[in-house]
Design a protein around this ligand. Structure first.
Ligand code: 5RP
Ligand code: CO
Length: 222
């Protein structure tokens, strides 16, 4: 399949969120990535339900909600009601991950698990068949605009192999420091959903940057 692009609104201009979502609507983006941070699981607080509701009101593409929060089970239904199409929880935040994944699916959302940079892919062996998506963090979660961690390529290859054996339809998402320079190598390593925050929103023309991320081969030809 062609890879999907999920711009992260963490890097959008919150005072002009409607404008930035309308840009995403008209662009080659596939999903809208929504980062929820609680100041506990990660050392930063982003935004909560009113902003997700507002995003849902203006976005025409599915909301891909990335929960960087402790004990996410408390809020799954609230995020579904706010407009989430997919909910991704962190492996490191879920002692009863199987139960959490079933709860997300029962809500009718796509279910994902995110791995911090130090968490090995092998820990997913007994849950991967139940998942729609695995998110490989390529920075330490909590902030946009950080430097990409090179070990990500190896983790993507490990995950691609595990998914080939146990769940060939898996969405393999990579999140953090994705830009026009590393996108082709990330797709070659196995990523099929690419999150991009700063590289999109700090560029002069965000819609064109999204097009370059979606079709990097056209950039090489031009
Ligand atoms: O989950 C995240 C941070 O924890 C963000 O999705 C990620 O950092 C995207 O931002 P950037 O592309 O600027 O690195
Ligand atoms: Co994210």
């Amino acid at each position: 399949m062609n890879h999907l692009i999920a711009p992260s609104i963490l890097a959008a201009d919150f005072a002009n969120l409607q404008r930035d979502l309308e840009m995403i609507n008209k662009s080659d983006a596939d999903w809208v990535h929504v980062d929820i941070m609680d100041g506990m699981f990660v050392p930063n607080i982003s935004f909560g339900f009113p902003v997700v509701n507002a995003a849902k009101k203006h976005a025409t593409k599915p909301l891909d909600v990335h929960l960087m929060i402790v004990d996410p089970d408390r809020y799954l239904k609230a995020f579904k009601d706010a407009g989430a199409a997919g909910i991704t929880v962190h492996y490191e935040a879920c002692p009863h991950l199987h139960r959490t994944i079933q709860a997300i699916k029962e809500l009718g959302c796509k279910a994902g698990v995110a791995l911090n940079p130090h968490t090995p892919v092998t820990l997913l062996q007994d849950i991967i068949a139940d998942l729609d998506l695995v998110l490989i963090m390529s920075v330490n979660p909590g902030f946009g605009g950080q430097k990409f961690i090179d070990n990500t390529y190896k983790k993507l290859k490990d995950l691609k192999e595990l998914s080939r054996q146990k769940n060939p339809g898996l969405f393999i998402e990579v999140d953090g420091g994705v830009d026009q320079h590393n996108i082709t190598k990330l797709v070659d390593a196995g990523a099929n959903v690419l999150v991009a925050g700063s590289s999109v929103f700090s560029s002069a023309d965000p819609a064109t940057t999204i097009a370059h991320l979606k079709y990097p081969e056209k950039l090489l030809q031009s």
